[in-house]
Design a binder for this molecule. Structure first.
Ligand SMILES: Cc1cc2nc3c(=O)[nH]c(=O)nc-3n(C[C@H](O)[C@H](O)[C@H](O)COP(=O)(O)OP(=O)(O)OC[C@H]3O[C@@H](n4cnc5c(N)ncnc54)[C@H](O)[C@@H]3O)c2cc1C
Ligand code: FES
Ligand code: FES
Length: 478
């Protein structure tokens, strides 16, 4: 049996098949039709609800969440916000700023604003864009919505939701839920997980579900046996050591983003353009590596930083350089019964320069055409080490070995970089597709390397400056 709390009311669930989404359950079983369905693939935000987690409420795409993933959690929908006829600040600000017309997107927008109300880290204008970029609106235009976010972001109302955040969250328990011929496990330890994988070798691992759930919601496939790694606490830890940073596979991308701000600015910079706030609130590091997409956004920067991936099974642990983890298109070195446990990222030495780039058709919530993680370590003016990794240029995220060889031992100058770029022809044979031609991809790859040379001339791991936003709010830095 599953236990959810929706808008403060316990909702026991006996007979819902594990492939049913939270969105379907809210709308069709609980009649909470304020939460809308637009795309059913995480792109529009109409289905946004908030989930109480340690540290705050998290805006979440209900269309991508399978019901058992919410076992033991508290969900707030747009119907749960107002009290005694008084609107929540996330709602009243939308009225004041004229942020709604047809209203289809509005409940989702309100729930993203709801998360923003209780966030204490919205200290830069770009974070408001990041907070809201997972919510599409087809009629109002984004200025009023952006202005609403600027008013309530971090306003921390002293209300029942804030008081609830002060209360402890129960430790997750193991779950074995069956209904409708489907089964969903959420073990709490690695040993339990290994036993399930041994007895059910066809069971599929699921973490945040932001990739896997699409098989259910868009391809209408049935995933009869799923094992979640979300409740295994050892997979959700992050550790900053003197020489390296260790990141658990089940760490959510929004948590990694906050952590990387202090520890690894090049990763924070990449995550700014990863999906949306809702996607980062569920998506994990392990999911991004294990799905082995050629346009996954974390692999290039992790390759550039020289990361090692730690794999674990009941046979023990093994460490692999990330370079050899990706074997072929969507194929990794993971063996049956084995999972990604964590990623270990060495800290760049002071003589290194490193950063990440993502080129896509849209700035927000888009898939990379080409992405890059670029790293050089200098000995005076001379290049001692180079790791130039690209996404979107081959069947797997891959380093440009010939370009790297062409700069090592040379003076780090624009002339060296420009000459070395000729070797991109040997490293990659990119494809033509609707996102970009082979010529375009090669040209972008070259230009990113030259841009890297110039951008890191001033700062060795440049952060994003407060950027001009699409809808400028008076007083925001430009
Ligand atoms: C709207 C939208 C926008 C997106 N934007 C981006 C983007 O900008 N950049 C980008 O790179 N990706 C993007 N994605 C893809 C996705 O969000 C990421 O790949 C995310 O990191 C996947 O993590 P997850 O935990 O949700 O994976 P899941 O969907 O849970 O799992 C993905 C795969 O990894 C496997 N897996 C998960 N954890 C482990 C583990 N610990 N060990 C072994 N196997 C494991 C699963 O079996 C599955 O095959 C987007 C997705 C959506 C829907
Ligand atoms: S319905 Fe579009 S993001 Fe969920
Ligand atoms: S108000 Fe119509 S889609 Fe946003």
């Amino acid at each position: 049996m599953l236990h959810l709390v929706v808008n403060g009311r316990p909702v026991p669930i006996h007979d819902q098949p594990p492939n049913r989404t939270l969105l379907q359950f809210l709308r069709e079983d609980l009649g909470l039709t304020g939460t809308k369905e637009g795309c059913a693939e995480g792109d529009c935000g109409a289905c946004t609800v908030a989930v109480r987690e340690a540290g705050g409420y998290r805006a979440t795409n209900a269309c991508l969440v399978l019901l058992p993933m919410m076992n033991g959690k508290e969900i707030v929908t747009v119907e749960g916000l107002s009290e005694g006829g008084a609107l929540h600040p996330a709602q009243s600000v939308m009225v004041e700023k004229l942020g709604s017309q047809c209203g289809y997107c509005t409940p989702g927008v309100v729930m993203s604003l709801f998360e923003a109300c209780y966030r204490l880290d919205l200290d830069e204008p770009w974070k408001l864009d990041d907070q809201m970029c997972g919510n599409l609106c087809r009629c109002t235009g984004y200025r009023p919505i952006r202005e609403a976010a600027a008013v309530v972001g971090g306003c921390a109302p002293d209300d029942r939701f804030a008081r609830r955040l002060d209360e402890p969250i129960a430790a997750p328990e193991s779950l074995d839920h069956r209904a409708g011929g489907q089964r969903f496990w959420a073990p709490a330890t690695l040993d339990e997980l290994f036993a399930i994988l041994r007895d059910h070798p066809a069971a599929r691992i699921i973490a945040g579900g932001t990739d896997l759930s699409l098989l259910v919601t868009k391809r209408f496939e049935v995933l009869p046996e799923l094992v979640s790694v979300e409740n295994i606490s050892v997979l959700s830890s992050m550790e900053a050591r003197a020489d390296m940073v260790s990141i658990g596979a089940a760490v959510r991308l929004s948590d990694l983003e906050a952590f990387a701000r202090r520890e690894l600015p090049s990763i924070e910079r990449m995550l700014r353009y990863f999906g949306s706030r809702q996607i980062k609130n569920r998506g994990t590091v392990g999911g991004n590596l294990a799905n082995a997409s050629p346009i996954g956004d974390l692999p290039p920067i992790l390759l550039a930083l020289g990361a090692t991936v730690v794999l674990v099974s009941e046979r023990g642990r093994r460490r692999l350089p990330l370079d050899v983890f990706f074997l072929a298109y969507r194929k990794t070195a993971l063996e049956p019964g084995e999972i990604v446990e964590r990623v270990e990222v060495p800290r760049p030495p002071p003589s290194a320069r490193v950063t990440a780039y993502k080129v896509s058709k849209r700035q927000e919530l888009d898939i990379s055409t080409v992405s890059a993680g670029l790293y050089v370590n200098l000995d005076g003016p001379t290049v001692r080490e180079a790791r130039f990794a690209y996404g979107g240029m081959a069947a797997v995220p891959k380093r440009a070995a010939a370009v790297e060889r062409a700069v090592i031992g040379k003076a780090w100058t624009e002339a060296t970089v420009a000459a070395a770029c000729a070797a991109l022809e040997r490293d990659f044979t990119p494809i033509d597709d609707h996102r970009g031609s082979a010529w375009y991809r090669r040209t972008v790859a070259r230009n990113l390397l030259i841009g890297f040379f110039h951008e890191t001339a001033g700062e060795r791991s440049p952060r994003h400056r407060a950027r001009p936003t699409g809808t400028v709010v008076p007083g925001s830095p430009s």
